[in-house]
Unconditional design. Sequence first.
Length: 464
Amino acid sequence: MAKSNDRSGIWIVDDDRGVRFVLAEALRDAGLEVREFEDTASVRKALQEATPALVITDVRMPGEGGLALLDELRAQGIEPVIVMSAYTDVATTAAAYRAGAVDYLAKPFDLDQALASVQRALAEVPHADAVSVAPTVPAHALLGESGPMREVFRLIGRVAASDLNVLITGETGTGKELVARALHEESARRGKPFVALNTAAIPSELLESELFGHEAGAFTGATRRVAGRFEQAEGGTLFLDEIGDMPLILQTRLLRVLAGGEFYRVGGRELIRCNVRIVAATHQDLDARVAAGQFRADLKHRLDVVRIELPPLRQRRSDIALLAQHFLATAVQELRLPPKRFSKAALKAIAQRDFPGNVRELENLCRRLAVIAAGTEILPADLGKSTDAQRGDWTDALRDWADRALERGEADIHTRARESLDRVLMEAALAANEGHRQHAAAALGVGRNTLTRKLGASRTRRKS
Ligand SMILES: Nc1ncnc2c1ncn2[C@@H]1O[C@H](COP(=O)(O)OP(=O)(O)OP(=O)(O)O)[C@@H](O)[C@H]1O
């Protein structure tokens, strides 16, 4: 068959179906054409008929690995190639760049980071018009009919067009990132990048280079110049999530950049001017952190020009039915399940629940119901099943937590999970034994010293 000269589409090569799916969905959401491959053999076959605009490949796969494919692609003049891998050792990374990769995504990666990398790479492709590149991920609908949400919509409408910095506050899962995207989409910056960075998920020693980029040779392993989030967001909006957790030293650096509108890359000498709107978010009480000396008052003033407070879901129960129906329909469609709907009684029962994890928790519940409810109509009894499943098997909740933490690339997941496990067990045992340590230790089947040591560790950590 004749091979077309058009370079079209992004080809994703990974034996892990989950990674392929998530990445492909994100790229399609951004308006890009995507093909998925589970091994290099199927890529070689497809190359006989078509030429991709860009290839994103995993390194280690059963059979032939991604680096061999890179050689082959280079021989055919097919560039750029982005490599992704869970192996971030210097040898693998260096081998990928030597073989001609333009970027290296360390798994688990942040989807915004992957998208930014793809867009940078596509900008280099000679016939890039063969691929439709949407500059931003389209905003997902921010739903709500309750009084508090109407107030949020009104505020978004009022401040979006201004270039004022916005601080969004609210408990976890209340939709802070969605509000930030809505602010961007409703502003004149729409069409320019929306770049999100969770400052709490990045080790503090990497945060500076993540924000401002670095030059080749700036530190060990910095083999080439990398643009930071500020540069990636040029002309658009930079969303700094969990700003309350930003280390003080970086708060100082950020403040200087916001005040002066210019910065240096790490290890760089060229002063870079930036035009970026900052939207920050936090689930913490920023005023309390300022009072405690953990957050700079002057930085807070810069960020907190307009404040949007997202109420927890339990304070806007009238939104629950609308959201639940939306999430159920979306889950059914995504998972390709037969259509399902809530009975009136089930919707009423859901609306009466408290959701400590807010909209995200409701979304997870609806996804679970989409899978486990037997009939086409979800009944109150199905909710019971879902709760029992959660209560009976806490590993489901742990799994949800781990999935989320991994997706966000958070650090020290294992340590934090162990600490939570210890804390929950100890608190439960102490409560059940009226605070009597010896009895609590005996009930848990651990020694008293172990209990005391762990209690001490958990207290210190919570204070810090
Ligand atoms: N009003 C809403 N309408 C539709 N979906 C929503 C709404 N609010 C939140 N969601 C969905 O709930 C999930 C959590 O929202 P989001 O990530 O914006 O919360 P967040 O407050 O930024 O959470 P965190 O503080 O944990 O980062 C997302 O999947 C989002 O799409």
